[in-house]
Design a protein around this ligand. Structure first.
Ligand SMILES: NC(=O)c1ccc[n+]([C@@H]2O[C@H](COP(=O)([O-])OP(=O)(O)OC[C@H]3O[C@@H](n4cnc5c(N)ncnc54)[C@H](OP(=O)(O)O)[C@@H]3O)[C@@H](O)[C@H]2O)c1
Length: 260
């Protein structure tokens, strides 16, 4: 049990990668706080975990809102007494369009969730982690931050920004016993976000979505996408003591797509 007696907050834990992370952490002993905007999804994940003998609670919140982030942290402490691990996983894809067709409001909306959210939550959990002298923050970024794809400017910029935030947080927190890392998945086609992207790209290029997907897989050394469970396994490693000497890093979990 790598996370015995740890409390982990997983944003965007109601489906996709966040759900896989919540279930993986709970199976490894953590008490998990599952949070997102859709009550039904987070309640289902919490229930699945509790039915399997794990500990979980759910909190409805929008991570782009300061008040909601405070609510996540307060509810976690009320339910389980502490926060040892924060996984900033909640994310939105935003517009699939060239820059000249993206509105400033669309840009702001993506930044608010993908970049401001992790900042808001990190600033609320750090004091407790510093007082205890231990803790781990994991930010879920994307291959989009490292490669050069068309049509995803706010998404790519938000994820590249999140890598920058990871570096600064890691530098500030390292001597306080707190590690901060990022995890960069490649395509995880089972998730809603990935399927939405596939559909929108096919529409934009007036192409067959399966053909586009096959083409993209050619750029991956393993020639296949990743599963949410594979991302969750790497997340478990990065928040556990197994990675005690790793901080300020971005781990590519992409089957061999990015090489820095
Ligand atoms: N799937 C991929 O191929 C892929 C690749 C690289 C990186 N990623 C990253 O992995 C993370 C998870 O993505 P996914 O593929 O699992 O997507 P997903 O299935 O769409 O899940 C996204 C999660 O984030 C939550 N969320 C979205 N906006 C939120 C907000 N404002 N406040 C709180 N929660 C919010 C969603 O719940 P609600 O809508 O109910 O709030 C949902 O639980 C994201 O950060 C994404 O950028 C995904």
């Amino acid at each position: 049990m790598l996370l015995k007696e740890k409390v982990a907050v997983i944003t965007g834990g109601g489906r996709g990668i966040g759900r896989a992370i919540a279930k993986k952490f709970a199976a490894d002993g953590a008490s998990v706080v599952v949070t997102a905007r859709s009550q039904k999804e987070i309640d289902e994940v919490s229930k699945e975990i509790r039915t399997g003998g794990g500990k979980a609670t759910s909190v409805v919140a929008d991570v782009s809102r300061e008040k909601d982030c405070a609510e996540i942290v307060n509810s976690a402490r009320k339910a389980f007494g502490a926060i040892h691990i924060l996984v900033n996983n909640a994310g939105v894809l935003g517009p699939v369009n060239p820059v000249e067709k993206i509105t400033p409001a669309e840009w702001d909306d993506v930044m608010a969730v993908n970049l401001r959210g992790p900042f808001l939550l990190s600033r609320l959990v750090l004091s407790e982690m510093y007082e205890r002298g231990s803790g781990a923050i994991l930010n879920i970024v994307s291959i989009a931050a490292k490669a050069a794809f068309q049509l995803n400017a706010p998404y790519a910029a938000s994820k590249a920004g999140l890598i920058g935030l990871t570096h600064t947080l890691a530098a500030e927190a390292a001597r306080e016993g707190v590690r901060v890392n990022a995890l960069s998945p490649g395509p995880v086609p089972e998730t809603k976000m990935s399927q939405e992207l596939g559909r929108q790209l096919a529409d934009y290029f007036k192409a067959d979505s399966e053909q586009l997907f096959k083409q993209m897989l050619q750029g991956i050394l393993q020639g296949r996408p990743q599963t949410a469970d594979e991302i969750a396994s790497a997340a478990l490693f990065l928040v556990s003591d197994q990675s005690s000497a790793i901080t300020g890093q971005t781990l590519n979990v992409d089957g061999g797509m990015a090489f820095y």
